[in-house]
Design a protein around this ligand. Sequence first.
Ligand code: BTN
Length: 263
Amino acid sequence: MDRAAALMGALAARGGPRLPAVEWPEELASTSDRLKALARAGAPEWTTVLADRQTGGRGREGRAWASPPGGLYLSVLLRPRFEKVGLLPLAAGVAVAEAAGELGVRVELKWPNDVLVSGRKLAGILSEAASGPGGVEWVVLGIGVNLAVDPATLPPDLAGSATSLRAAGGADVPVAELAAAVIHRLGMGYDALAKDPGGVVSAWRARAAPWWGAMVEVRTGEGGLRGRLLEVDDDGALVVEVEGRRRRLLSGEVTRLRPAAAG
Ligand code: BTN
């Protein structure tokens, strides 16, 4: 049985979701780029693309995502019909956290959906969407999880800040099993978003790195700002107090400032 069939079988055994099609070549430039092409051509939701390695893996904020063999590189197509589509990236973070938990690794989430172990990055999620006259037409969730890549073999700027499930003491499982766990948990979060979006935000908050009240810097496409981290609100926005005023942010990269730098 090939790996795509094994993944579909593992999901059927877990009770879904049912994947209409799975592509899993050894190498792609980017699983999300491939899936976006399929989405534009009308592929149904839960169409899934994986690769053993990526040559042009992309991260958030225009960064590259190092993708050597030994990681999970997964993209899933969704065509949401519920209102709170903006919560999907948070639901995906919760799904990865729950899948890591199945392997015995406890993680923390950093807004919007970085997955950390002891402050080191284990996984990242890239959410890309296209809208039409009727609203959001599709969302491609790209999920990268470092399963067994030795962080020391990653580019020097990542070596000190990355970790893997293996390095964190997680159970050693094949990539297909981790993929099944992530997709299964994502399916549960996706259903919950239609019925109980507040529950998804609560699940995210319960796993959030406890930075509330700390001074942070948030870099966005328009520049950066510094302020006190207040909360993640019910729509998944980050709320920061800047010079006495609440600012809501929908995207950006958060860094905690050390007391001396916080000023
Ligand atoms: C981040 O910057 O934290 C998000 C990283 C997302 C990486 C994944 S790997 C699978 C999918 N394909 C890509 O090119 N990127 C995403």
